[in-house]
Design a protein around this ligand. Structure first.
Ligand SMILES: Nc1ncnc2c1ncn2[C@@H]1O[C@H](COP(=O)(O)OP(=O)(O)OP(=O)(O)O)[C@@H](O)[C@H]1O
Ligand SMILES: [Mg+2]
Length: 1001
């Protein structure tokens, strides 16, 4: 549906845009890259690809959520969705698109939105008021007074979008506004009725559906009538297409009309008894939907309100009781069941009222004031007219009996509803001829479900008609703007947006959907199948535009499709004829006539029923007439549009579903209003706007200096705009299409871009310079730190080395000193030793001398000795040896040297008691004595034995010899030392000496 208004091939990277997302509608994105006819975009971090046709220019104004979207810099679906969404987020549910008020259902009570105080404020504000139903109502009222022209407020939207609520707010404001008017005569009756009519209408005409807990199942036009001074003098209601079938049939989770539940729950004891309403949950018509309550609604309280409102609307308690009786009768009728009865041989079975339903039948008959038997027969038989005036009755099959029962109930309810409207109208009727009226239309919006039937066809037809009216009105407004601005009005071509071809397809004569349906309803053997076949056949006979909008659905022979202004709808043809004829056979009419005879109220009600309509009339024909009447009425008025939109299907607050909102905008014609614009001059901006657009740029300043038209012209010429792409009006410049305007925006963007690049470059330069200087300082600092560190390390190393060297030197020095000291000590000690040693030596000499010549000895060689040694010998102790001599006198000079034993060879010296043998004389007489001897153990295995005359001498000798041996050893050792002194310690030497000295003193 949407026209491509993007700027082909001119998307630049980073440009803000709206991209169409299946799930979220139009999203604000940034262009990432362009690849042929595809554009890659970024939505925050998410990246996705869209076709170029699904990308639209971004509107800066939409971001702010402006009050009137006609002022958007770029007017298209994306910008509109964006603007509405922004406002919805701020709980600003109302927004204008020129003269149209868009209202998004908040599904929550917004504080202070509809208070008495708010009404007062709007009464004061007048033209400066922000978008609101009160502002529209105020304007409508003022227009009526100032122009003297009747006004209409056309409130449309999907089920649950808030039409009825909006209608109530408008009526409430109008009553306040009119009351404010000085000429109001103070009679509260009509005003009160206008306010109070709503609870009554809603009780009888509204029901809980899946889409709306308080869904109006009829369309209504409320005319508030005013005198020349703007005071309310009367009111009038017109209802359209009440959904009768809801009386007898409700889908699961839905309810029938509220009044049934309110009556059953809220009736007094007496009423319950009189109407037999005890067990209301057993009423078939009520229990079908398996739903008896509506969330947050108290039916008992509502019933009280409705009764009170009916009183204010002129329906007295007595009449109310009669209405309730009729309603109860419908409920009891619904409980009448039928059972099959055999029709005898060859005959079909037929239905009779089941025995369990007798009570319901009787109660219903009593409430209607007719004979139960008559009622039973009327429901189960049909009177047929034979030829030549003969009349006969045929029994009906079970299914037909039930259809009869339901048809009777539907008819009774619709009559009751029509009567109700009529009665209310009578109460509201103006006593004087009203001067003007404001008509508020709360009518079902365009409907497209999975399965669409006759009802949808009628509703969508009405919407097509209203849409045409809207388009023509909008077109006219456009033309007016062109004329005011002095432009050529002919530029606009309504053909592009006009839905005339669809309307012709539906209503033209002799061939159209309605005409063919009527045709089938007239002929005896007409059927839904023939209707759809004929429809397909006749498509070729229609004009090309119309026939292109209809088709038969492939592989589903009973379905046909129509391309409505809001989209294609597939209709199921089966059931069309029955629903269009809406028959009420004669027997049922008789039931009502009979009831009317006994019951005055029913007689009144009957005036509004089928029995009163011409026999050959059909629903379509009646509805078409009504719609035509409505259009005639609206055509005489100045229309004001309120488009109600529901933001989500869950009846939830603060949840905005883009695609759902968009589709409703499409249905409501909002997008068509854009198309009308685009058909002529798509974008228009005041001269000031254009100059403002270029802001403080050089071009902008030039434009400002010149100002107005000339300033604007300078800008357009400087930006090399193609002269054929725009025209100048008196106050505005009109661009042929969005692309032309986009050229201007791109120019501005380029100027901004260049400026931005410059600013960026300068900033970057300064930034980089700062960064560099900072880095440099850091580097210097770092370098210093590094150098310090290196020098310090070097210094520490040197210091360590110096300390080491110092240590070494000091150690060395100390060692030297120590060595010297030690040397000194040793030297002094050796000196002392030498002295002492000298003494000892002297002593020893003396001892030796003492020993010389005093002993005798023999030498024993080997273990057993030699014989020749068996002689006494004398020995002398020399310095280094013990020499022994042959028997001789011991003189100064010993003679007869026999041998010597080197002292150094002496291993041990000890005393022993032994047998001693020696030769006494030359005769070799041997003397054997047992005596002590001194043994000198020599190296090898020899020993020297020394004998003495007494044993004590031996000890002296032993000591002396031992000393001499020691001395000799020490002397020997001393020869090897430097100072020629022995290495033994002096104490040992002295000890030895002492011992020797003691014995040899
Ligand atoms: N302005 C509003 N403020 C708060 N809630 C609202 C407003 N308008 C509508 N609603 C809520 O939405 C519900 C449905 O609104 P309403 O009955 O007016 O819808 P509708 O368009 O008349 O639907 P239908 O076509 O089924 O009759 C209301 O019952 C109410 O809860
Ligand atoms: Mg409604």
């Amino acid at each position: 549906m949407s026209r491509k208004i993007t700027v082909e091939n001119s998307w630049v990277e980073g440009a803000p845009a709206y991209a169409l997302d299946e799930k979220r509608g139009w999203l604000r994105v940034r262009v990432a890259s362009v690849a042929g006819d595809k554009v890659n975009v970024k939505d925050g971090k998410r990246k996705f690809t869209v076709k170029a046709k699904d990308l639209q220019l971004s509107s800066e104004k939409a971001l702010k959520g402006i009050e009137d979207m006609i002022g958007l810099d770029i007017l298209h679906e994306g910008a509109i969705q964006n603007n509405v969404e922004v406002r919805y987020g701020k709980k600003q549910i109302y927004t204008y698109v020129g003269t149209i008020l868009v209202s998004i259902n908040p599904y929550e009570d917004i504080p202070n939105l509809y208070t008495e105080e708010t009404i007062k404020q709007f009464l004061l504000k007048g033209a400066n008021a922000p978008p609101h139903l009160y502002a529209v109502s105020d304007n409508v009222y003022n227009q009526m007074l100032s122009t003297g022209k009747d006004q209409s407020m056309l409130i449309s939207g999907e089920s649950g979008a808030g039409k009825t609520e909006a209608t109530k707010h408008c009526l409430r404001y109008l009553t306040h506004k009119a009351t404010e008017n000085a000429s109001f005569d103070g009679s509260n009756l009509i005003k009160q009725c206008i306010v109070d009519v709503n609870p009554v209408l809603e009780a009888f005409g509204n029901a809980k559906t899946k889409r709306n807990n308080n869904s109006s199942r009829f369309g209504k036009l409320f005319q508030v009538q005013f005198d020349g001074n703007g005071a309310i003098v009367g009111g009038n209601l017109i209802s359209y297409l009440l959904e009768k079938s809801r009386v007898v049939k409700t889908s699961k989770g839905e309810r029938g009309y509220h009044i049934f539940y309110q009556l059953c729950k809220g009736a007094s004891k007496e009423q319950v008894e009189a109407l037999s309403l005890e067990d209301y949950k057993e009423f078939n018509y009520l229990k079908k939907g398996e739903c008896f309550d509506v969330d947050d609604v108290d039916d008992v309280e509502e019933f009280k309100k409705v009764c009170a409102s009916m009183l204010k609307c002129g329906i007295q308690e007595e009449t109310q009781s009669k209405m309730f009786a009729a309603l109860a009768a419908i409920l009891h009728l619904g409980n009448i069941q039928f059972e099959e009865k055999e029709g005898g041989t060859g005959e079909n079975d037929y239905g009779v009222v089941s025995s369990s339903s007798t009570k319901s039948l009787n109660v219903a008959a009593i409430l209607l004031g007719i004979n139960p038997k008559v009622l039973q027969e009327s429901l189960s038989q049909r009177t047929m007219g034979g030829g030549r005036g003969s009349v006969y009755k045929i029994p009906l099959q079970c299914k037909s009996c039930m259809d009869s029962r339901d048809a009777l109930c539907k008819e009774m309810y619709s009559m009751l509803f029509a009567w109700l409207i009529h009665t209310i109208n009578a109460t509201m009727a103006s006593k004087s001829t009203p001067k003007n009226f404001i008509a508020v239309l709360d009518i079902f919006g365009f409907e497209v479900f999975e399965q669409n039937s006759f009802e949808q066809l009628c509703i969508n037809y009405a919407n097509e008609v209203l849409h045409q009216q809207f388009i023509h009105h909008y077109f006219k407004l456009e033309q007016e703007e062109y004329a005011t601005e002095g432009l050529n009005v002919e530029v606009l071509q309504i053909d592009q947006v006009d839905n005339k071809p669809v309307l012709q397809l539906m209503t033209a004569k002799p061939v159209s959907v309605f005409a063919l349906l009527e045709e089938q309803c007239q002929i005896a053997r007409g059927s839904d199948e023939i209707f759809i076949d004929r429809f397909t056949e006749c498509l070729t006979k229609m004009d090309e535009k119309s026939s292109s909008l209809a088709s038969r659905v492939k592989r589903q022979p009973t379905l046909f499709a129509i391309k409505h202004f809001a989209g294609e709808v597939k209709y199921e043809a089966i059931g069309f004829i029955e629903k269009n004829k809406d028959p009420l056979h004669i027997d049922l009419q008789n039931v009502m006539n009979m009831s009317a005879k006994k019951n005055k109220f029913m007689a009144e009600v009957l005036k509004f029923g089928t029995t009163n309509r011409k026999m050959n009339t059909t629903v379509i024909r009646t509805f078409q007439k009504q719609v035509n009447g409505l259009m005639e009425l609206l055509d005489k008025t100045e229309p004001n549009y309120v488009r109600c939109i529901k933001p989500n299907e869950r009846k939830a607050a603060q949840q905005f579903e883009g695609p759902l909102v968009l589709s409703q905008m499409r249905y409501s014609g909002l997008l068509d209003s854009i198309r009308i614009r685009q058909a002529g001059y798509a974008v228009r901006r005041t001269f000031e706007d254009i100059i403002e657009l270029f802001g403080n740029s050089k071009l902008g300043r030039a434009g400002k200096a010149e100002g107005g038209r000339q300033g604007c012209l300078t800008i357009l010429q400087t930006t090399m705009m193609d002269q054929s792409s725009y025209v100048f009006g008196k106050t505005k410049v009109f661009f042929k299409n969005v692309d032309s305007y986009a050229h201007l925006l791109n120019e501005m963007a380029a100027i901004e871009h260049n400026a931005a690049v410059k600013v960026q470059a300068m900033w970057r330069q300064s930034y980089e310079k700062k960064k560099f200087l900072h880095a440099l300082t850091c580097m210097k600092h770092l370098k210093n730190l590094l150098i310090t560190k290196i020098h310090r390390q070097r210094f520490l190393k040197k210091k360590e080395a110096a300390i080491k060297m110092q240590n070494c030197f000091r150690t060395f020095k100390a060692r030297k000193l120590l060595e010297l000291a030690k040397k000194d000590k040793v030297a002094s000690r050796r000196k002392e030793f030498a002295k002492r040693w000298e003494n000892a030596f002297l002593c020893m000499k003396k001892t030796r001398e003492n020993l010389r010549n005093r002993g005798w000895a023999y030498k024993k060689g080997g273990r057993f000795g030699g014989r020749r040694n068996w002689h006494r010998r004398y020995f002398f102790l020399y310095e280094d040896s013990l020499s022994y001599y042959r028997d001789m006198d011991v003189g100064d000079k010993p003679l007869g040297f026999k041998g010597s034993a080197m002292l150094t060879k002496v291993e041990d010296v000890f005393c022993e008691k032994r047998n001693s043998f020696f030769f006494r004389d030359k005769k070799m007489s041997r003397e054997k004595t047992e005596t002590y001897i001194l043994v000198m153990k020599m190296e090898g295995d020899s020993e020297m034995l020394l004998g003495a005359d007494n044993a004590s001498e031996l000890d002296e000798w032993k000591e002396a010899i031992k000393f001499a041996v020691e001395e000799q050893k020490l002397l020997e050792q001393a020869k090897t030392t430097e100072d020629k002194l022995p290495t033994v310690d002096v104490e040992t030497v002295e000890k030895m000496l002492r011992e020797v000295e003691i014995k040899h003193k």
